[in-house]
Design a protein around this ligand. Structure first.
Ligand SMILES: Nc1ncnc2c1ncn2[C@@H]1O[C@H](COP(=O)(O)OP(=O)(O)OP(=O)(O)O)[C@@H](O)[C@H]1O
Length: 850
């Protein structure tokens, strides 16, 4: 009988006690921090908190540095290496890929500088465990950008606010001063200005042999010579005289300053007065191809509104009506109501006259203005007289209401501009009218006479102005006198046949102007002229400055607008980044929950052997060895794979020289029954500890889970078994496996105390009582259960003992003195459960069920 190698080993002195086990993972407290997810020992996982300045990951040329492969175990044999190479390579590739994605992501952000918060498409590829690191990086980036944005806004506001306030103050003062000076200028020139316009001789007049009785010297723009006869000559002076050759544009260029006053909040009244057929309608309305003052004035208003749009907001509306026989008719009312609806005036609380029911059409474009003017002209009452084929039988009034709001000062104003085309004064006898037209002529002459009286009273600065003498003057009350700027076109005919009416019109106009700007007063006060000149110069200078200020203000506003748009864009970016952060924070919470669940699962799972080892395929003739005493992450991370495990006497014992293994040789292999399982034992403690896997373990576990999902019957269950009297503690956890046939090979927690009824083998009990381990095949066979008495919890001594390096003390209580019964450095089968054998490896204090 050959000596049992296990017994021989057992005779050698016991090795020194194993170093204290690494504190279990559970005892380190719950690692809820995200950083704890990634094991620090694993260089493939960048678990550092990435800062913007810390963007120097490994160069792309050395991706291996980001995910170095695990160091090959010295215990690996060539065969095992061949078997496990493929799987290890896959793990390595997965680790390298994950690390590489994160590295690329951070590189991309780092390259684009702090201004960039564009999400990298690579971020989508980054998954656990790189995701938290990427999120930290993103969050830090976001914080920097937000802080920068806030600082920039504050600095901009700080820098610009005083300058803006100063400019605003200066502009307001200049604006008020300009308004005051302009008003003074208009007043000096006269609140009522008179322009004279003489039309050309008509073809009819030429045919009739009429001659011109008016002489206009182009070098004297304000003077007109009236020559009714060869001997008579009379000079008239007006603010401006337009001859037959002056076109509409020339007329309007002189009218424009008065028109501009309405944009400064003054009321303006421009009207054309004169004999019928002298060109009043032509001057005011014009013809489509040669438009008159009405259209051009409104065009100018729109142009000014556009120019001032940065500082003042304007809105325009227009009403067009006529006074016909002292009655008011709305020319924009196209209801085709017959007979026409007549309107009346009503005094408002501020003393102005209003016309209830009058259409006030808002206009937004100059095209809209032209449309309204055409509608008004179409609806106007006209008739044919001897003097004019299309003689206006009414006074046409266009009222333009201008509302403005100064965007800087907030000042609001409302002003009106009246554009009046009066009916022609006429001699009834000459025009040959009768009947209704005669009645019209009477009303026309009466209202013109009333207008003349009002203008005379204003010019004379009378205390009483007879506005109420006619509908026309009543309506124009707010636009004649006071701050209102009034411009009168006196239209004359050059024909010798109209010399009487021409002289009458010229006398009326010059009387009005003479009262306001009498030559005596002008000449009598040269100091006033000097003052006027100085004021004019000052006004021009101020206007230049105002233009510069306006330009600067516009530039500032543009600058503001551009900065605001930048801030808006940044705010939008920040909003998007916030949303992204929220999404990923949610993802982090989910990951934390998963982590918590995994921890819980790990606590309730026997973790002493890596997943891959526990799921060893059935039928494989290989030995499983006890795990190292006391788990440690590093040891587990270096644990050999299932293939590598064969013939490895101690898992994770990297310090063991390879020669020692070679010395053992084939004798270390265990040839046992079909199903091989391992029972890890822990000295004086539960060996089931939740050990959070390293990244490589995670990846391995993913593969293992995939395999397990294909082999559900190999899912480990947690069980325990007690070995009384051993130095390893009373309880060891033993995994149980679901058998392929659906049954369960259970090794539940067994109380191996002497009184245990579960321990069905009295022979084994006896041996354990004596701390003896059967060492011979006979002893082991005697321990085998009798047929039919096999309990699924029962044990019997099997027949195989495997030699292995022995370092631990096993199977004997301290001081029992029977350690010689346990073979040193050997694995011994100590029990049987069905087809499974219990193997005791005394060197590593492991017990396993095979
Ligand atoms: N400056 C001008 N140049 C050329 N043609 C003119 C000029 N002024 C008037 N006409 C022509 O004289 C004619 C009469 O003009 P318009 O109808 O404007 O006179 P009116 O003063 O409005 O007459 P009424 O008071 O009867 O309405 C028109 O045919 C017009 O084209």
């Amino acid at each position: 009988m050959e000596p049992d190698p296990a017994a021989a080993e057992a005779s050698s002195p016991p090795p020194s006690p194993a170093p204290p086990a690494t504190p279990p993972r559970d005892s380190q407290g719950d690692e809820d921090e995200l950083g704890a997810v990634e094991p620090a020992a694993d260089p493939a996982t960048p678990d550092r908190c990435v800062s913007v300045g810390d963007l120097n990951p490994a160069p792309p040329s050395s991706p291996a540095s980001a995910a170095p492969p695990p160091a090959p175990s010295p215990q690996q044999t060539e065969g095992e290496e061949a078997a496990g190479t493929c799987e290890v390579e896959q793990d390595k590739e997965a680790e390298a890929e994950v690390g590489e994605e994160l590295r690329r992501f951070m590189e991309e952000f780092g390259d684009q500088g702090e201004e960039c918060l564009l999400l990298s498409p690579q971020l989508k590829k980054i998954d656990t465990p790189d995701c938290p690191a990427a999120l930290r990086f993103l969050g830090e980036k976001y914080n920097i950008l937000l802080e920068k944005c806030n600082k920039q806004s504050a600095r901009c506001a700080e820098e610009c606010a005083p300058r803006y306030d100063a400019l605003k103050k200066k502009y307001t003062a200049e604006y008020a001063e300009r308004r005051r000076l302009y008003n003074e200028l208009i007043e000096v020139r006269g609140n009522i200005r008179v322009f004279c316009r003489c039309r050309p001789l008509s073809a009819d007049e030429v045919n009739r042999g009429c001659s011109s009785v008016v002489e206009i010297d182009p070098s004297h723009e304000t003077e007109l010579q009236f020559l009714p006869t060869e001997k008579e000559r009379k000079a008239f002076r007006f603010d401006h005289v337009f001859g037959p050759e002056d076109d509409q544009e020339a007329v309007f260029s002189e009218t424009m300053p008065v028109v501009r006053s309405v944009m400064d909040g003054f009321n303006v009244c421009i009207f054309a007065y004169g004999q019928t057929g002298t060109g009043k309608t032509f001057t005011m309305e014009g013809v489509p191809e040669n438009r008159g003052v009405n259209y051009r004035a409104l065009e100018e208003l729109f142009k000014m509104a556009e120019e001032r749009s940065a500082s003042v907001a304007y809105t325009f509306s227009v009403s067009i009506f006529e006074v016909y026989n002292e009655k008011i008719r709305d020319l924009l009312d196209e209801s085709n109501e017959q007979p026409s609806k007549w309107l009346d005036t009503k005094q408002t609380s501020d003393g102005t006259q209003e016309i209830p029911g009058l259409v006030e059409a808002p206009i937004y474009t100059i095209d809209g203005v032209w449309e309204k003017l055409k509608v008004g002209a179409r609806n106007r009452s006209v008739g044919s007289t001897n003097a004019n084929q299309l003689s206006s039988r009414s006074h046409s009034l266009v009222r333009v209401t201008v509302r403005s709001e100064h965007l800087v000062t907030g000042q609001r104003s409302r002003s009106q501009m009246w554009l009046v085309d009066l009916a022609g004064s006429e001699r009834v006898a000459k025009t040959g009218v009768e009947g209704d037209m005669l009645n019209e002529s009477k009303f026309i002459n009466k209202s013109l006479s009333a207008l003349g009286d009002v203008i005379s009273a204003l010019a004379s600065k009378n205390s009483h102005i007879p506005y109420r003498n006619s509908k026309l003057t009543h309506l124009l009350q707010s636009s004649l006198g006071g701050d209102c700027k009034t411009l009168m076109f006196v239209q004359i005919s050059p024909s010798s046949s109209d010399s009487g009416e021409t002289l009458s019109s010229l006398n009326f106009a010059s009387r009005v102007r003479a009262v306001e700007h009498g030559p005596a007063r002008k000449q009598a006060d040269p100091v006033e002229s000097l003052k006027l000149k100085q004021m004019t110069e000052k006004l021009k200078h101020e206007e230049k400055e105002n233009a510069q200020l306006s330009h600067r203000l516009k530039m500032m506003e543009m600058k503001y607008a551009s900065r605001e748009s930048v801030i808006q864009k940044l705010t939008e970016k920040v909003r998007v980044a916030e949303q992204t952060c929220r999404d990923y924070q949610q993802r982090i919470r989910e990951l934390e929950n998963e982590l918590g669940n995994e921890k819980k699962a790990a606590r309730s799972r026997p973790p002493l052997v890596p997943m891959r080892q526990r799921q060893a395929p059935q039928g494989r003739n290989s030995s499983y060895y006890l795990p190292p005493s006391g788990p440690s992450r590093s040891r587990f991370s270096k644990a050999p794979t299932f293939q590598n495990k064969e013939n490895v006497p101690m898992m994770g014992s990297k310090a063991r020289p390879e020669t020692e293994d070679k010395a053992v040789g084939k004798a270390r292999r265990v040839s046992v029954a079909g199903v091989i399982r391992q029972i890890p034992l822990q000295p004086k403690r539960r060996s089931s500890m939740a050990i959070l896997p390293s990244l490589s373990e995670q990846i391995s576990s993913v593969h293992a889970e995939k395999r397990a999902s294909r082999l559900p019957h190999l899912q480990p269950r947690r069980s325990s078994i007690a070995f009384p009297g051993t130095s390893f503690g009373a309880v060891a956890h033993v995994p149980s496996y679901v058998t392929p046939d659906g049954g369960e090979n259970k090794f539940r927690r067994l109380d191996l105390g002497w009184s245990s009824s579960k321990f069905s083998s009295p022979t084994l009990l006896d041996m354990l009582k004596r701390n003896m381990v059967p060492s011979t095949p006979q002893q082991r066979l005697s321990l085998a259960p009798a047929p039919g008495s096999t309990s699924k919890h029962g044990f019997s001594v099997a027949k195989k003992v495997t030699v292995s390096p022995f370092r631990g003390r096993i199977g004997a209580p301290s001081g029992a003195g029977n350690s010689n019964l346990v073979p040193r450095d050997k694995t011994m089968v100590v029990g049987r459960a069905g087809n499974a054998l219990r193997v005791v490896n005394n060197s590593k204090r492991r017990q396993s069920v095979i």
